[in-house]
Design a protein around this ligand. Structure first.
Ligand SMILES: *Cc1c(COP(=O)(O)O)cnc(C)c1O
Ligand SMILES: [Zn+2]
Length: 389
């Protein structure tokens, strides 16, 4: 495909390396007619190379996607069929690997030696690992007060990390002005390259199921845009009966997109950044907020907010009833589903996909575990007693 960028809002066309339309809205790659993979093509997201703006890169980034999707009906008392799309199975534990892979592939195609990002969480880890895998320099700009433990999860892959003092929220846009000086590309959360990679999530969901609704956590709005884009392309190609309703979930303490939706506002306005356990989705001024709002409105979905208590409880149920350990941001999807079922927005007969966006394995322990200690010779007596007691 010829990589051309389009504005979802005013349909203007632009060329790389631009990111935003003159109207202020983010751009995404527009694919014309493109080939869909043959049945049996199992190259993960790179089965869809024809729909991507860069060629399949080497190493693990060339093998991303194809994550499991499975039924998990024990999560809900209602009768709807719940499926989990398990993005925690990606190499660094989140869907961000899809976007980083396309960022790296594009850099390789254009002989750029470097990719970077502004993040101290999953995107940072993903960009660092992806750069290492394909032989690029990785640059990660983190806030000055980043906790040691997070630093070690990023630093493990050997990127250049810089702790930046000042307003970290400003850095998202300001990082782009650094590019000419470093011969690289920042692949931040709603960069068109990242969105292009992450739209393959929608392709994979549609390949496995025909859901009535898809529920996602939302922060920058980049991934919600990506999933919307993926379903739109499938729909235009006549490969879907209907675009699923997209439901986006935020944490109560930081919910600019849900607030705008609930208030019927035409656009998203920044909110104060409150504290929440779902730290991965605490973007108070989402760069793709309006596009995410358009995604829910045009698909007939909604944007909702849930409390930290609801998030923790949903996270526990995912562990205890589905055996899936996710970070709090991902558990918002189940918390959100409970309220969507309660209000009737999602009906009993429907099929719903919850996207498990990020792993809980890199999280601090959620529960104290204090098992009994038993002498080896006592086990024969003690184990049956412990199991019934
Ligand atoms: C990045 C991320 C999100 C939010 O994605 P956006 O594209 O910023 O809206 C949700 N969950 C997890 C685990 C993430 O890492
Ligand atoms: Zn525009």
């Amino acid at each position: 495909m010829t990589p051309s960028l389009e504005c979802y809002s005013c349909a203007a066309h632009e060329a790389m390396p631009t990111r935003r339309c003159d109207c202020g809205e983010p751009l995404w790659f527009e694919v014309g007619a493109a080939e869909w993979p043959q049945p049996g093509d199992d190259r993960g997201m790179w089965s869809y190379t024809d729909h991507l703006p860069a060629g399949q890169p080497p190493g693990f980034p060339g093998a991303i996607g194809g994550t499991p999707i499975y039924r998990a009906d024990g999560l809900l008392d209602a009768d709807c069929s719940v499926r989990l799309k398990d993005e925690t199975a990606n190499p660094t534990g989140s869907f961000k690997d899809r976007g980083s892979a396309v960022g790296a592939a594009w850099a390789l195609d254009h002989d750029l030696p470097l990719i970077g990002t502004v993040s101290h969480g999953n995107m940072a880890r993903s960009v660092a690992a992806t750069a290492a895998a394909v032989g690029l320099v990785g640059v990660v700009l983190v806030p000055a007060d980043i906790p040691e433990e997070r630093l070690s999860h990023i630093g493990a892959y050997g990127p250049t990390i810089v702790r930046v003092q000042g307003d970290y929220a400003d850095l998202y846009d300001r990082s782009y002005s650094l590019e000419p000086g470093i011969d690289g590309r920042f692949v931040n959360s709603d960069d068109p390259l990242r969105v292009a990679g992450q739209k393959t999530l929608a392709y994979e969901i549609a390949r496995a199921a025909e859901p009535d609704a898809v529920v996602l956590p939302v922060s920058s709005g980049g991934n919600a845009s990506a999933v919307w884009k993926g379903f739109r392309e499938l729909d235009r190609a006549g490969r879907l009966d209907a675009v699923p309703r997209l439901y986006l979930v935020q944490a109560d303490a930081c919910s600019p997109i849900a607030d705008a939706f609930q208030a019927g506002k035409p656009s998203v306005t920044p909110t104060p950044a409150g504290d929440t356990v779902a730290y991965s989705i605490a973007n108070a001024d989402p760069p793709s907020g309006n596009r995410a709002l358009a995604a829910v409105r045009e698909t007939g979905g909604a944007a909702v907010a849930v409390t930290d208590d609801e998030i923790r409880e949903a996270q526990r149920l995912l562990r205890r009833r589905a055996g899936v350990r996710v970070e709090p941001a991902s558990a918002t999807t189940l918390a959100g589903l409970y309220s969507l079922v309660a209000t009737g927005a999602v009906a009993e007969s429907e099929t719903v996909v919850l996207v498990m966006t990020g792993t809980g394995l890199t999280e601090p322990p959620e529960e104290d575990v204090e098992p009994p200690t038993v002498a080896i010779d006592e086990l024969e007596n003690e184990l049956p007693r412990l199991l019934t007691g």
